[in-house]
Ligand binder design. Structure first.
Ligand code: NAP
Length: 301
């Protein structure tokens, strides 16, 4: 239970509603900032404006998955007023307050560091990344189906990268009956792909493997689908780039060659906001609880 914990949510999208619900269920005291237009009222949560005064007794600040932008602005789909987190807000927080977000930009990192506040980025945790790969893969399959006139079954599908998303992607494609080729650089990843019945190749040899590719799913956040690689692809190849912006594809050259290449960021929040929110809710509530235990063991109130 989160009894006695004051959690303040600043901005967010539909995913954040699941997190708020969970925190209220666990008996936290919940303040909502930037939720003015939210129609459903959460029993026991208080809506406030972003001022230093409302932050003085907060134990946990929960920001949207994307944190702030480089000027400190926080997005909220439930509020039309811009919200900017500044020095004066973090200065008002108690020293033990922890900040939680998906991935933090430099602005937020510097702000937290300058007030010596603990910043937790949860999207890069293994557990969250693996759970998140489930809606990501479903979203990638949806895009593939919407943008092709052939079945995934019996298609030649290349998955680039065999980390937390790549492995789930390859497994799902294999389950649908595709011929799955996996491009990775670690020998252990190549061995695992082979063990799973997939066809592994070293990523450095990518240009030799694309001439029969119907579908390419990239999860490598570096430009691996270069102009040279694209020039070896058949015209019908569809590239779905899942890697974080700017992706791993030379999009300019793909367009010039008439190859369809789609950058598809943020799929969990788009295709399954409820499930994606529940993934965040479970992790965040556990982290806040752990933080509370650590503080109690140190003798904090
Ligand atoms: P991950 O577990 O770190 O996997 C990344 C993979 O890329 C690993 O196989 C890694 O190989 C490989 N890689 C990285 N740099 C490389 C390079 N220079 N050359 C060759 N291979 C390289 O990451 P993940 O959690 O699967 O996420 C992958 C990407 O998808 C990230 O950019 C993430 O932000 C993004 N993502 C997007 C969505 C979406 O909705 N589109 C959802 C979730 C994640 P090594 O292990 O050898 O380094």
């Amino acid at each position: 239970m989160l009894t006695g914990i004051h959690a303040t949510f600043i901005g967010g999208d539909a995913r954040q509603l699941e997190v708020i619900k969970k925190f209220i269920e666990l008996d936290a005291t919940v303040t909502l900032i930037g939720f003015d237009n939210l129609e459903s009222n959460f029993n026991g949560a208080f809506k406030r404006s972003l001022t230093p005064e409302v932050l003085h007794d907060v134990d946990a600040i929960i920001l949207p998955v994307v944190g702030t932008d480089e000027q400190g602005y926080v997005e909220s789909i439930f509020c039309s007023k811009p919200m900017q987190i500044k020095d004066e807000h973090f200065a008002a927080l108690p020293a033990h307050c922890c900040i939680y977000t998906g991935l933090a930009r430099e602005y937020l990192k510097k702000l937290a560091a300058s007030f010596n506040l603990q910043l937790n980025e949860i999207l890069d945790r293994d557990d969250v990344a693996i759970y998140n790969s489930i809606p990501t893969v479903e979203g990638a399959l949806m895009i593939a189906i919407q943008n092709t006139d052939f079945t995934i079954h019996h298609s030649n599908a290349l998955v680039l990268g065999f980390g937390r998303t790549g492995l789930s992607m390859a497994r799902a494609l294999y389950g649908l009956g595709a011929h799955v080729h996996v491009g990775a650089r670690k020998s252990a990843d190549l061995a695992r792909a082979y063990e799973m019945g997939l066809e592994p190749f070293h990523i450095d040899e990518l240009s030799g493997y694309v001439h029969k590719a119907d579908l390419i799913f990239n999860t490598i956040p570096h430009q691996v689908i270069t102009a040279k690689v694209i020039s070896n692809m058949p015209h019908h190849t569809l590239i779905i780039d899942l890697a974080s912006k700017p992706g791993g594809t030379d999009f300019r050259y793909a367009e010039k060659r008439g190859i369809k290449a789609l950058l598809a960021p943020g799929l969990p929040g788009i295709v399954a906001p409820k499930s994606a929110g529940q993934i965040l809710a479970n992790t965040l509530s556990r982290l806040v609880l752990d933080q509370m235990e650590i503080r109690r063991n140190k003798g904090g109130s």
